[in-house]
Design a protein around this ligand. Structure first.
Ligand code: PEP
Length: 256
């Protein structure tokens, strides 16, 4: 199975800065087999970067997309417009859920629209701090997971990547804390068990599950060795090129 290192640039970098970063990243990366390096630039940068990127080495992800293919939806960009430009799309990121108030119904339509347009969804799920404190983590995870996957046909399941991101561990959240490997492991098991109970063990095994939440070169190795974790979704550290490269190198070592 592949190991993923996905950099989510969020609302950072001009198109020019993004292009320079991508150029430097490509120059520093050996051709790693079975390691999928993905960056998620802004919508504006996706098109020029799609012409620049060598997709054998680096893949592009959209940070979002709209579930209708076309129509009167001012300001939106559809997955049909992203088709061919992005290989992946981050969907249901906690900032989309909590800042932009996206619910599971919207997210499930986006997951389906991405798949319909040959873009692999990276479905983000994760509990907020108070849900964890009230012992609701398992329920939240199951609801977000099955809600997001509700329109996915069984034979498409392996194309979806799940990213477990406890919201309280995301670096941009005030007072963010690091999640411990034990805390992560417990939730990864819930995700894998839920997939297995719903889709059967064989299909569930084919799903890649990533972890995200203040990943840095100093904790990437520990997170990547948690059983059932197939890669990392990196926010803040992906903006610092040498840190992102260090994380990729660590992923390669863990895989070897
Ligand atoms: C994220 O927002 O997806 C994320 C994981 O951010 P950070 O690595 O900065 O916590």
């Amino acid at each position: 199975m592949k190991t993923y290192v996905v950099g989510n640039w969020k609302l950072n970098f001009t198109v020019g800065e993004a292009s320079i970063y991508l150029h430097k990243l490509s120059k520093s990366l050996p051709n790693y087999r079975n390691l999928e390096v993905v960056v998620a630039p802004s919508m504006l940068a996706l098109q020029p970067l799609s012409l620049q990127v060598d997709r054998r080495r680096i893949k592009l992800a959209a940070q979002d997309g709209f579930y209708r293919d076309y129509g009167a939806y001012t300001g939106e960009v559809s997955f049909s417009q992203l088709r061919g430009l992005a290989d992946y799309a981050i969907i249901g990121h906690s900032e989309r859920r909590y800042v932009f108030k996206e619910d599971d119904k919207t997210i499930q339509k986006k997951v389906a629209a991405a798949l319909r347009n040959k873009i692999k969804p990276i479905l983000c799920i994760g509990e907020i701090e108070s849900e964890r404190a009230f012992g609701e983590t398992a329920d939240v995870i199951k609801d977000q997971l099955l809600g997001g996957l509700a329109e996915v046909a069984d034979d498409n399941l392996s194309k979806v990547i799940i990213a477990y991101e406890p919201v309280w561990a995301i670096s941009s959240v005030k007072g963010a804390k690091l999640a411990s490997p034990d805390e992560i492991s417990e939730v990864i098991n819930i995700i894998r068990q839920t997939l297995s109970d719903t889709y059967g063990p064989e299909s569930a095994e084919k799903v890649s599950v990533l972890f995200g939440g203040s990943v840095s070169p100093s904790n990437a190795g520990a997170y990547l060795t948690i059983p059932g974790v197939n890669g990392l979704l990196v926010g803040g550290a992906s903006l610092i090129l040498h840190e992102f490269i260090d994380i990729i190198e660590i992923a390669k070592k863990v895989q070897a």
